[in-house]
Design a protein. Structure first.
Length: 88
């Protein structure tokens, strides 16, 4: 019952938009994560917390029309030998 209540509260907070991440590892592969620079991080965490969060973030991008196109452009350019370099 606590989980049902928690999900209802989350739905309310995010205006009904929830991302089901079941099977995320089959959809968001290591190669894509490496390409966009979210496979390895300088910060060490337990249980791959950052990698898991990044994978779910990419899944959200794949399910969003505009963000999916952005990822498609990044991958297509990489396959043409024009890999994007993002630095912070």
């Amino acid at each position: 019952m606590q989980m049902v209540t928690a999900v209802q509260r989350m739905r309310k907070e995010v205006a009904g938009v929830l991302l089901l991440n079941t099977g995320v590892k089959k959809v968001v592969r290591r190669q894509l994560m490496e390409l966009v620079g979210v496979w390895s991080f300088p910060t060490v965490t337990h249980h791959q917390d950052l990698r898991s969060a990044a994978r779910i973030g990419l899944l959200g991008m794949l399910k969003h029309a505009v963000m999916n196109q952005l990822l498609a452009d990044v991958v297509a350019d990489h396959l043409k030998g024009m890999t994007w370099q993002v630095k912070t």
